[in-house]
Design a protein around this ligand. Structure first.
Ligand code: NAD
Length: 378
């Protein structure tokens, strides 16, 4: 193993040529020492806005298996600030124009796209074509067609793909999935889930501009409520009906303000979700045949908090979700461990988003969904 360079090791691992049994039995530390320059995968952030600045970059100081190796920015002034703060070599700094030459940079293993939603597809595709593994922020794209294009390119260039669903790496989510799987409180029969906040400030921000965001609350926060409805029941819905409400049409000129939706599941369970850019919401409650469990808050950066009908208070040590998420993806790349947020999951959620918008356009008409197990990770 020692004579393998990082690139050849990654290439073999990506192609599955190292064998998952072999990798699973290899101590993690040994696996990472195959990286020539470092024991960690190099991550480049594309788009240095608030999420990269205040969450992802600090989290990359907290990761065990990856580190901030490079940046891609359209703002020249940010280059020296980030270079100094995170000790980033000059040759690992790119702009949107010369980005594709990152293909020649061996110290970048993973490209993390953190741009407005409508730019995800273009930059994920360019990243995959450069031969780099890809993390795409949520929502994965602004249409199912774009999700397919990202996934197809990642498959073609044999790179791994994950969506920035940090909740999938959070221990509270794992606990909820366990309750559902093991029927700790019986069958889950009704789920209530909401994800929203009150948007104020600059009416010109990209999140309120449909061309850049693809949609409003549903695209931004609604995907969390879709996710909790699914991991709260352990199944994909078989249909959805939805309604849209607006109380500040002067501010939300171009995008949805508040949306509610009802999901039906094959076993008869139902879920109700609410998402808003004008009402606070951050909760998951699962009502079961023998009790209930809930997370409140359920979707924020943590610590998450949870309770059950047994009187238990859920308590897990707090670690930045983004650090857990990026380490989970690094382990998926290097050790072939489970991808907790694969492209299929992002695409599945976009199919549901499109069905919700269609239901609203059709006056709340129920939309049938044929998702099978697409994107389900247990
Ligand atoms: P932001 O507005 O703070 O940053 C956007 C970045 O994109 C900026 O660096 C900006 O310069 C750059 N950009 C390039 N072209 C642009 C354009 N035409 N218009 C506007 N900005 C442009 O946004 P953010 O909060 O960092 O969100 C970025 C992405 O991360 C979004 O997809 C968002 O959904 C996602 N996000 C995810 C989470 C999470 O918890 N997983 C949290 C926040 C944001």
């Amino acid at each position: 193993m020692k004579q393998l360079t990082r690139r050849s090791f990654n290439g073999l691992a990506t192609k599955g040529l190292l064998g998952s049994a072999f990798l699973a039995n290899m101590p993690l530390a040994n696996a990472f020492t195959t990286n020539k320059n470092s024991k960690k995968l190099g991550v480049a952030l594309v788009g240095l806005g608030s999420y990269s600045t205040y969450q992802l970059a600090p989290s990359l100081l907290d990761t065990e298996h990856c580190y901030l190796a490079g940046i891609v920015t359209g703002t020249k002034e940010k280059e020296s600030v980030w270079q100094e703060k995170y000790n980033i070599p000059k040759e690992n700094i790119y702009n949107y124009e010369n980005f594709d030459t990152i293909a020649d940079n061996d110290s970048i293993d993973v490209i993390y796209v953190v741009l407005p939603n409508s730019m995800h597809a273009e930059f994920c595709i360019r990243a995959a074509k450069a031969g780099k593994h890809v993390i795409c922020e949520k929502p994965m794209a602004v249409s199912v067609t774009e999700c397919d294009a990202i996934m197809n390119t990642c498959n073609e260039y044999k790179v791994k793909l994950s969506v920035g669903y940090r909740m999938q790496s959070d221990p509270y989510t794992h606990e909820v999935k366990k309750y559902v799987r093991e029927k700790t409180f019986g069958d889950v029969l009704f789920v209530s889930s909401d994800a929203g906040y009150v948007s104020n400030g600059n009416p010109d921000q990209w999140r309120l501009n449909k061309k850049l965001s693809g949609g409003g609350a549903l695209m931004n926060m609604g995907v969390y409520a879709i996710q909790t409805s699914i991991y709260g029941t352990g199944q994909n819905p078989i249909s959805v009906s939805a309604q849209e409400f607006s109380t500040r049409p002067d501010y939300f000129k171009d995008t949805d303000e508040t949306i509610t939706a009802q999901f039906k599941f094959e076993n008869g369970a139902v879920a109700h979700m609410m998402t808003s850019h004008n009402a606070n919401g951050n909760r998951l409650k699962c009502h079961c045949s023998k009790g209930w469990f809930e997370l409140d808050p359920a979707h924020s950066y943590g610590p998450i908090s949870g309770r059950t009908s047994n009187g238990d208070i859920l308590k897990f040590p707090h670690k930045r979700q983004q650090a857990l998420q990026m380490d989970d993806f690094a382990k998926h790349i290097l050790l072939d461990s489970k991808n907790l947020a694969p492209g299929e999951m992002g695409k599945r959620d976009m199919i549901i988003v499109e069905a919700i918008y269609k239901s609203i356009r059709e006056g709340g008409q129920e939309q049938l969904l044929s998702l099978g197990d697409l994107g389900i990770v247990v």
